[in-house]
Write a protein that binds this ligand. Structure first.
Ligand code: BES
Ligand code: ZN
Ligand code: ZN
Length: 496
């Protein structure tokens, strides 16, 4: 797909359709709506007069262009609500919805008029990202009834040519990186084993100039990662610790500070000996979404080249039950020397993250953000709307939440604290891997991971509810969402 930027007259652009965002209760008497109304031969003002279309968020109006002065034969208006609230995140939604809608009509090229209050760079980036993520489909393994139609060209209209072009390049990187993550999350577990996940990370690193080091089980054993390895014991697939590093040519990082992104990469979660029920277990192929998010974010970092170094650590492990599997009641020792009583082998994400965050700190991490499809409890608490965020550094949490607001993602903080930490004390070891029954399950997961962070600032993202869309939306298919990548990139940029 080709993206182009233009600042002038869009009506003569050689495309099949024109797309414009329309604000709530906007009139067709002036501005863009007037221009488009003239091109459409008055069809737009007629639709507004009859109140068929009012510019409410998500409303669409698809009309023929009958005027002589445009190459395009159709115009698509998409309501974006209040003008003051329409920023780059709204442009991404609009662009995704337009791309999906027009592809459905077999349109191959369109002009996208942007009207966001954000900068031309952010707006154009959002437009390109929205188109790219909008067109993602789950049908990779279908041989029939596959969506074969493509959009070949999108011309983005705005008012600063150089900034629009910069933005489009940036948006392409972000959109492709989100789809890279979504493709990993969508892969079935017979294809995406821990070894395959490591191979994909290695190939990506070679393409983007990141360094990539894969630790095998013997190396992890030597480092004392007994908590992580307890999870892979029941699987024939060996665990892999994927370590990606981005080093800027000239770093602006102060005091040897190093941000680490750490991800849960459970390529399939059967629950282990604490076996999950059959119903819906297939969904647990996406239990590596935290790891996939780290890999996708590192891909974008490698290509966008921020001025601070970033470390990415992914624990890729399969959680299976067999004769070697860890039993409820087993005690293991983690890399930091703490002993863990494993009372439920289905609470495995925290066991692998324990060693992964400790490892990140041994590599010099001073700020750690870990991400995981960690608990069913976060789905109950926040649904598929907000990602749960917890941690010990309010400064880091505030930065992440501020970043999320700028890019249009939603995070909601839950507490940690000594009363919750008391609930994971074990009778026979330092800690146990579950809390108090069904109470505060997401917090129990977080305070467990906290035990393995030493001095670094730390935040934990529970993406169990937000990493997968059960329903399609006008701007995205159902399936993996690519959540948190945009927020983490913004966090990196705010830290430069
Ligand atoms: N991978 C699951 C969490 C999950 C549940 C992700 C639903 C996505 C959707 C995790 O490993 C798990 O099984 N957690 C248990 C923890 C419990 C045993 C303390 C849970 O949430 O039930
Ligand atoms: Zn589990
Ligand atoms: Zn899991």
């Amino acid at each position: 797909m080709n993206f182009k930027a233009i600042t002038g007259n869009y009506s003569e652009a050689p495309v099949q359709a024109l797309v414009a965002p329309i604000f709530k209760d906007e009139s067709a008497d002036s501005g863009i709506l007037k221009e488009l109304d003239d091109l459409s031969g008055g069809n737009i003002s007629a639709a507004l007069q009859s109140e068929e279309f009012k510019g409410k968020e998500g409303e669409t109006l698809y009309l023929p262009i009958t005027g002589q002065n445009a190459a395009a034969k159709r115009v698509l208006l998409i309501g974006v609500g209040e003008q003051a609230d329409h920023k780059a995140p709204g442009t991404a939604v609009l662009a995704g919805a337009a791309a999906r809608f027009l592809r459905g009509k077999s349109v191959k090229s369109f002009v996208l008029i942007t009207r966001s209050a954000d900068s031309a760079i952010d707006t154009a980036a959002a437009a390109a990202q929205g188109v790219i993520t909008g067109l993602f489909e789950l049908d990779k393994y279908r041989t029939a009834d596959k969506e074969e139609r493509t959009i070949d060209e999108v011309i983005v209209v705005g008012d600063n040519q150089a900034d629009l072009e910069k933005g489009l390049q940036r948006g392409r990187v972000i959109g492709d990186s989100m789809n890279f993550t979504r493709d990993l999350a969508n892969e079935p577990a017979n294809i995406l084993t821990p070894t395959e996940m490591a191979n994909r990370a290695k190939a990506m690193a070679a393409e983007t100039g990141l360094s990539c080091n894969i630790l095998d089980e013997a190396q992890m054993e030597a480092l004392g990662m007994g908590s992580l390895l307890s999870v892979s014991k029941g699987s024939v697939q060996p665990a892999q610790l994927i370590v990606l590093k981005y080093e800027p040519a000239a770093s602006t990082a102060t005091d040897n500070s190093l941000l680490a992104l750490v991800g849960k990469g459970i390529t399939f979660d059967t629950g282990g000996i604490s076996l999950k029920p059959a119903d819906g277990m297939d969904a647990m192929k996406y239990d590596m979404s935290g790891g996939a998010t780290v890999i996708g974010t590192m891909r974008a970092i490698g290509l966008l080249k921020p001025s601070i170094p970033v470390l990415g650590v992914v624990a890729a492990v399969e959680n299976m039950p067999d004769g070697n599997a860890t039993r409820p009641g087993d005690v293991v020792t983690a890399m930091n020397g703490k002993t863990v009583e494993i009372l439920n082998t289905d609470a495995e994400g925290r066991l692998i993250l324990a060693d992964a965050v400790a490892y990140a700190e041994t590599q010099g991490a001073t700020r750690i953000v870990d991400m995981a499809t960690l608990t069913g409890a976060v789905v109950i608490a926040l649904g598929d709307i907000n990602t749960g965020i917890l941690g010990t550094s309010q400064e880091l949490i505030d930065e992440i939440i501020a970043s999320s607001k700028e890019v249009g993602e939603k995070f909601w903080q839950l507490p940690v604290g000594k009363e919750y930490s008391a609930q994971i004390k074990s009778d026979i070891a330092d800690v146990k891997n579950i809390g108090k029954g069904r109470k505060a399950g997401t917090i129990a997961g977080a305070v467990f991971i906290q035990e393995f962070v030493k001095d670094a600032q730390w935040a934990h993202l529970d993406i169990a509810g937000t990493a997968w869309n059960d329903e399609p939306k006008p701007h995205h298919s159902k399936g993996p969402s690519g959540v948190a990548i945009k927020t983490l990139l913004r966090l990196v940029e705010r830290s430069q």
